[in-house]
Design a protein around this ligand. Sequence first.
Ligand SMILES: NC(=O)c1ccc[n+]([C@@H]2O[C@H](COP(=O)([O-])OP(=O)(O)OC[C@H]3O[C@@H](n4cnc5c(N)ncnc54)[C@H](O)[C@@H]3O)[C@@H](O)[C@H]2O)c1
Ligand SMILES: O=C(O)[C@H](O)COP(=O)(O)O
Length: 525
Amino acid sequence: MPKVLISDKMDPQAAKIFRERGVEVDEITGKTPDELKAIIGEYDGLAIRSSTKVTKDILSAATNLKVVGRAGIGVDNVDIPAASAAGVVVMNTPFGNSITTAEHAIALMFALARDLPEADKSTQAGKWEKNRFMGVEVTSKTLGLIGAGNIGSIVADRALGLKMKVVAYDPFLTPERAQDMGVEKVELDQLLARADFITLHTPLTEQTRNILSAENLAKTKKGVRIVNCARGGLIDEAALKAGLDSGHIAGAALDVFVTEPAKESPLFGTPNFISTPHLGASTTEAQVNVAIQVAEQMADFLVSGGVTNALNMPSLSAEEAPKLKPYMALAEKLGSLVGQLAHDALTGLAIEVEGAAAELNQKPITGAVLAGLMRVYSDTVNMVNAPTLAKERGLDVREVRHDREGDYHTLVRVTVDTKAGPKSVAGTLFGNASPRLTEIFGIKVEADLDGAMLYIVNEDAPGFIGRLGTTLGEAGVNIGTFHLGRRTAGGEAVLLLSVDTRVDEALLAKVQGLPGVKQVKALGF
Ligand SMILES: NC(=O)c1ccc[n+]([C@@H]2O[C@H](COP(=O)([O-])OP(=O)(O)OC[C@H]3O[C@@H](n4cnc5c(N)ncnc54)[C@H](O)[C@@H]3O)[C@@H](O)[C@H]2O)c1
Ligand SMILES: O=C(O)[C@H](O)COP(=O)(O)O
């Protein structure tokens, strides 16, 4: 039974779903990094929000970990390259809290427009300062959206409903999408110059860090009001404070800070500054949504291999997973075979599918080939880290899908580019379930690739098989299965034997010494 740790506060629906789906679950929140490190080795899955930091150090102790599930959107608290290198899938729930966060941005915009927190404080202090608070309308004002993805587009929709004009800066926003959204796509400088309100909705990346820098804040319209419900670090907090103090910025509302929890900040106490403690996603509805989604996605992965919303692996639905499973086994065996026989000076490889295989999602097949192939270099390789390892080695990976009838109802072929030219192996599924090799380096041979095997290339000549059988027999090695193929009668032949005991170096040398033997190699699957 797979075991998951929920390490941040999550709606109880998550634990309920894990248990219903046959996953054991512990809910232990508030652990320090050292405490988490001490227990993480027990778990196959880790379900988090934004508090738990999944660092390289934590991952180094996570010896059983297969998946990190983020009940929410931002994954900047997860070291994704380190997770990928450790073969851990990282998934999030990209839509579950979008409406809630967009509503928080709109709420903060209104709070700024009418100075609601301060008005509330003064009223409850018995001051009744009716003449102190003079707000602004949002109707007909220009809202500048920085980032027009899921949340930004919901904010735009709500703002248009409030009769605002919306301009958006997002380099990935197409003109067609902007038109559909009813917003005007602009450059950042135009947005800064025109917006009465600015809301930020981008992830924190090297491109977006300090996107509202001192220089950019100076380009904003005097009296601008700024809302950040995305990520701390998008705004230079010191420059924001200076802009509020000088009166150039009429108000700012931050839900997120460079350092969280933000127990102190120069911004605290600044007039016209409002803050909330990273509450963007904190509604009952959003928390139920993300808890259900993360538990379903993680359980799908741990129980049936389905992959949804992964950031470091292609998607694979829970319905596709069982169909693809035998193909992934075949692909991994073919990758492993070429890896064991032809891994020297590889520059690239092509993975071709035809027949029934061509109707499936090819990405998991490619991932499995790479996992099998890269295992020659590292025994901690799996489908998550294999593509990165292949990239690091500069391998050119090509996927080809053939729309043609071949000799087999379904076929996967792996061709590696070697110094000696392309070398190809192919395989099919017997009974749609059982992987079978059909061709090795241009020679037709039908073989199971299973357990300990011997690969022998020899000259096709009478008496060889007898001599080989005697040599192995005298060494106490029992032959399980025996598969033979040849290029031409009397030409080059290939033998694939499964053996019940490991063939040691001394015996390999003996076989290599038999007349007509060109190559001998012990294989393992
Ligand atoms: N405060 C909270 O509690 C809370 C809740 C949910 C999400 N968030 C955060 O809100 C942000 C947006 O989430 P989303 O779901 O809309 O993400 P999204 O991926 O759907 O949208 C992000 C948008 O930013 C755009 N973008 C990327 N680089 C850009 C750049 N350099 N300049 C301008 N635009 C750029 C992308 O093209 C994309 O359209 C994320 O940082 C997320 O972590 C915060
Ligand atoms: O990216 C997100 O989903 C938000 O920042 C929400 O974070 P939280 O789950 O800690 O509330």
